[in-house]
Design a protein around this ligand. Sequence first.
Ligand code: ZN
Ligand code: MN
Length: 460
Amino acid sequence: MKIKRVLIGLEIHVELKTKSKMFCGCSAESFGKEPNTQTCPTCLGLPGALPVPNKRAIEMAVLIGKALNCKTTLKSQFDRKNYFYPDLPKGYQISQHEYNLPFSTGGWVETKLKDRTKRIGIKRAHLEEDTGKSIHTEVQGEKVTLLDFNKSGIPLVEIVSEPDIESSEEAVFYCVKIRKIIKYLDFSDCDMEKGQMRFEPTINLLIDDGVKAFYTPLVEIKNINSFRFLRKALDYEIDRQFRQFSKDRAVKTSGNKTTRGYDQERMVTFEQRHKEEAEEYRYFPEPDIPPFEWSEDQLAVFSTQLSKVELPNIVEKRFKEKYGLTDEQTEILTEDKRLVRYFEETAKKLQNQKTKQQSLIKLLANFIVNKRVDLTKISPEKLAKMIIDETEKKALPPEKVIKIVQQVVEENRKAVEDYRRGRQGVIEFLLGQVMRQTKGTADPSQARKIIIMIVENLKK
Ligand code: ZN
Ligand code: MN
C-alpha cells in the first residue's frame, strides 16, 4: 500500500487595494476601522440598493489574469451565488460562475523545486466581493456573534489552479509565487495577518494497494491564512487520507467533496460539512449588472498597462544573469520591489568601483540575505561604503605590498631590463608574480601602481 500521487488544487482569494468597494462608493480600506462605519445601503444589502461595478477593480482583475498567462475572456458577466450566512447580507454574493464567463481562463505559473521546473495550470481568475466579518464574543456574560460589514463588498479576486500540485512544499511555492506577482503589480499588499490573502486547498490521493490504484474522495480545507498553516494542514490531510483509506477501502472512492477546517491549536483538520449537505448555490446571471464585452481598443490598453510593469520573472532573470546570484539568493532578494530597488541602487554604487565588482556584489547579497544590516536604517550609499571598507580591510596594507614588489623586482632583474627597453607587458608579468606571492590578497590595481612606480624609479 502506498501513495502513488498527491493531487492538490488551490483556490486563492486576494483582496484588491482599490480606493472604494466593488459595487458602492464606501472606502475599501476597512482594516482596523470602527465596526460598521464604512457601509451604505448597497454593501449592507438593503432592499432596492443597486450595485455599480468598480472599473479599477475590473482592470486589476483582468491584469492579474494576464500576468498569470491567462486568456482574457472577450465577453464576460457577473453571477449571483446564493447562500445563507449572517455575514452575507444580500443572501447572495456577486461572483462569476466558472462555466459562465469569468474574466480570465487557462493560465499557468512556473514552479521550481529541487531543480525541477514545472508549470502549474490555472483554470480561471475571477472577480467577486468579500463578505462581512462575524465576531464571536461575549457581551454581559452572554455568548453572542457580532457582525461588522466594513469588509462587505471589498473587491476580491479568486484564482483557481488545476490539481497539478503534488506536495505541501509545492503548494507553498505556488502561493508565494502568486503573492509575489500580485505584489509586483501593486494590486494588493497580500497581508495574510489582515486577511488580504486566503487559501483553500482541495486535496485527494491516488493510492496503490498492490492490486490496483484508486482515488480517495476530494477534501476541501477552508480559509487558511498563512503559509505555515497551509503546509501543516496539507501534510496532516495527506497522512489522514492515507491512514483512513488504506485501512478501509470500502468507504473509499464514492461521494462528493467534503469540507474540513483546520484547527490551528490542535494542528488537525476536522470535518465541517458532510457530503449529504453538499452546497447548491443556484447560480444565475446578475440581473442588475449588464454583461461586458471588451473592445479591441480596451484589450490593447490592458496589454500596454501590463507591459509597463516589471514582473518577478524578469527581475529574477536579471538578478541571476547580470549579478550572478544563485536561485536561493535571487528568491530572497526579489521578494518585494522595495528590496529589489534597494539592492540595485547599492549595486550601482559598487559598480563605480573598477575592481572586484563581482565579489563586491556577492558580498552585498550576503549582507542582505544574512540580515547583517537593518535596511530600514542604512541607506544604499552607506551600505556600499561599508562593503567597500570591508573588502579594503581584508586587502593587504600598501606597505606590505611595497615590500613584496621590491622583492619581486629584485628577483626579476632581467624583466626590469626588458621594461627599460620598452616592453610594457613586463608590468603584467610582475603583477602576476606579486599576486602569487600575496596569494591574491593584494588589491591588483593598487599593486600595479606600486610596480610602475618602483620600476620607473629604477629607470632613473
Ligand atoms: Zn457601501
Ligand atoms: Mn470565492
